[in-house]
Design a protein around this ligand. Structure first.
Ligand SMILES: O=c1ccn([C@@H]2O[C@H](COP(=O)(O)O)[C@@H](O)[C@H]2O)c(=O)[nH]1
Length: 238
């Protein structure tokens, strides 16, 4: 994989033209685009198709599905025609929900004759600290909870997980090499942390064993997004 292929830029914005323009600015400097709740709620599947058709970048659809197994399986089937490379669900939905999503992704890809989307299970959001977890009644360190949820996700057919860079070294020891670690909470030394709490720089995250990095505001909020993406690519060895 080329260093730039590791980076998915998070296009967290509501407008189609803004998302297309940002994707165009960073094409060649990143490996794909991540469209999530802000864009999907505003523009839906039609908007997703529009952004993807305008460029030539793989899609990471970050919808963080979390519901009963039957409902999540239906949602996976509904987005399958968009052919995302990756789709997120919440690992906290439990074993049956994860299994339902993985089965639906496989069956629907076969039915439609499309490449199978990879199901990634979100473990503990990178915006949460150990103290935040204790506040909501999970009195274990984030790293322990991530490890537990990663194991549940792997055992139930997920293709990988979303975790913070801080947990990557531990998970790389526990999990097979082909289990994808998709890692947000990436902050180059020159970028603000914003609402992220469990963070690391891009080079350190890859050195720790991350497969892909999700990077939003350090690129998209910069006065020159292409220059920011280039600095990150250079930091990764491009
Ligand atoms: O635990 C998680 C899961 C998903 N995300 C998403 O990644 C990007 C990060 O954006 P930044 O601007 O680089 O903070 C964003 O779209 C989140 O929804 C995450 O941050 N943490």
């Amino acid at each position: 994989m080329r260093p730039t292929d590791r980076v998915f830029v998070a296009l967290d914005m509501p407008e189609i033209e803004g998302a297309k323009a940002m994707a165009a600015k960073v094409t060649g400097l990143v490996g794909g685009v991540k469209l999530g709740l802000e864009f999907f709620m505003a523009q839906g599947p039609v908007g997703i198709r529009d952004v993807i058709a305008a460029g030539d970048l793989p899609l990471f659809l970050d919808l963080k599905l979390h519901d009963i197994p039957n409902t999540v399986a239906g949602a996976v089937r509904s987005v399958a025609p968009l052919a995302p490379k990756f789709l997120t669900i919440h690992a906290g939905g439990g074993p049956a929900m994860i299994r339902a999503a993985a089965d639906a992704a496989r069956e629907e890809a076969e039915r439609l004759g499309l490449p199978r989307m990879r199901i990634l299970a979100v473990t503990v959001l990178t915006s949460l600290s150990d103290e935040d977890l204790a506040t909501v009644g999970q009195a274990v360190p984030a790293a322990d909870q991530v490890r537990r949820l990663a194991s549940v996700a792997h055992a139930n057919g997920a293709d990988g997980i979303v975790c913070s860079p801080a947990e990557v070294p531990l998970l790389r020891r526990d999990l097979p090499a082909d289990f994808t670690l998709m890692v947000p909470g990436i902050r180059p030394s020159w970028a603000a942390a914003n609402d992220q709490k469990r963070v690391m720089g891009p080079r350190d995250a890859v050195a720790a064993g991350a497969d892909h990095l999700v990077i939003g505001r350090p690129i998209t909020a910069d006065d020159d997004p292409a220059a920011a993406a280039r600095r990150i690519a250079e930091e990764l060895g491009a």
